[in-house]
Design a protein around this ligand. Structure first.
Ligand SMILES: Cc1cc2nc3c(=O)[nH]c(=O)nc-3n(C[C@H](O)[C@H](O)[C@H](O)COP(=O)(O)OP(=O)(O)OC[C@H]3O[C@@H](n4cnc5c(N)ncnc54)[C@H](O)[C@@H]3O)c2cc1C
Length: 308
């Protein structure tokens, strides 16, 4: 219920402005977001790269209202691709299809993605399409299939173990040759489409992970769940899968202890690094995942409301 309310709050501009104006609330935000400018994002990326961590850079933004926002987002990604190449950063990019206008004009979205995929391909950079809510699952899967059909084998997407359809999507996209990021799913989805209980989401994750360890193309296991990480390591060792052929992924600012331990143990780790001005929806999803943060954040906001 609380999770649902927080995810709905992702659209609340009053709450966003209040957060911007509270110093303590901003400290909570800064834990999850690497700053608002491209320079902030690249500086954070460089310092993680120096610690042996690979990155996927996310210029935050989603469900845009006007197509010029899609063009502006694509411009930032073009700049990022240039900088990744020039600076030799071990980084890919993560893009939300609705940020490229998927729900406004499918053709514009397809063309912008094709341009980014082409530039990324030339620079040997991987592009992951983030998986958003269920209204765009099928079209996101199709975008990946279309990219592969056009020769852009460097394009993959996230798949969410919370969704009933994911076991089939994992097989469908693996057949297409796509490298997939397996995550649990950050959106509140209806019960006819998604598992509602955590044990069911976790079981579904483990089943998909087992398939990807055996059959996946450079699978990307995105989770901070230490039991799942341990299970994947075991399964990969059992099947003799080399550590260089799969990776773990974690979010900027979350379980940095586990991140460091994985790198120290010789596993590949990629951190998802979000930056940009439109951080509010991303931030609300992170709060929804952790009630303790939410309580701290709510106190900070209450302070902002009552302070002069
Ligand atoms: C690299 C990456 C990319 C992702 N991309 C997508 C995507 O494209 N689409 C999508 O729907 N979802 C995405 N997610 C989010 C994902 O779906 C989950 O909502 C999120 O990762 C929490 O699930 P978990 O696997 O960490 O397990 P959980 O069981 O939720 O958490 C395990 C442990 O991780 C820690 N933890 C988890 N979340 C937080 C938090 N917010 N703050 C502090 N500690 C926390 C806690 O210690 C917790 O006990 C992504 C996640 C990662 C790591």
């Amino acid at each position: 219920m609380l999770r649902w309310a927080l995810i709905q709050a992702a659209d609340n501009t009053t709450l966003r402005d209040l957060t911007r104006n509270s110093r303590i609330a901003r400290q909570v935000v800064d834990r999850y977001i690497a700053g608002e400018s491209t320079a902030d994002g690249l500086a954070a990326a460089r310092s993680l790269a120096d610690a042996g961590i690979d990155l996927t850079l996310d210029h935050v933004g989603e469900f845009i209202a006007h197509l010029d926002q899609a063009q502006a987002a694509a411009d930032v990604y073009r700049e990022l691709l240039d900088r990744i190449g020039d600076d030799g950063l071990p980084a890919g990019v993560s893009v939300k299809p609705t940020q490229l206008g998927l729900l406004l004009d499918r053709e514009v979205c397809t063309n912008l993605l094709a341009d980014l995929a082409k530039r990324a391909h030339a620079a040997d950079v991987h592009v992951t399409l983030d998986m958003e809510d269920h209204t765009v699952t099928e079209s996101t899967v199709e975008l990946v299939e279309e990219a592969h059909a056009a020769g852009f084998t460097n394009v993959g997407c996230a798949v969410q173990s919370a969704l009933h359809r994911t076991a089939e999507d994992v097989r469908r996209l693996t057949r297409a040759g796509a490298s997939l990021r397996l995550c649990k799913g950050a959106y509140a989805e209806p019960s006819h489409l998604a598992y509602q209980r955590k044990p069911d989401v976790d079981r579904s994750y483990l089943e998909a992970a087992r398939y990807l360890v055996a059959e996946g193309v450079e699978p990307r296991f995105a989770t901070h769940d230490h039991r799942i990480v341990a299970a994947i390591k075991r399964e990969a060792a059992l099947l003799g899968r080399d550590r260089s052929t799969y990776e773990f992924q974690m979010l900027y600012g979350i379980r940095t202890d586990m991140q460091e331990a994985l790198v120290a143990d010789g596993y590949r780790l990629r951190v998802y690094l979000p930056f940009g001005e439109e951080w509010f929806a991303y931030f609300m999803r992170r709060l929804a995942e952790r009630p303790a943060n939410m309580i701290f954040f709510a106190r900070a906001l209450t302070g902002a409301l009552t302070s002069p």
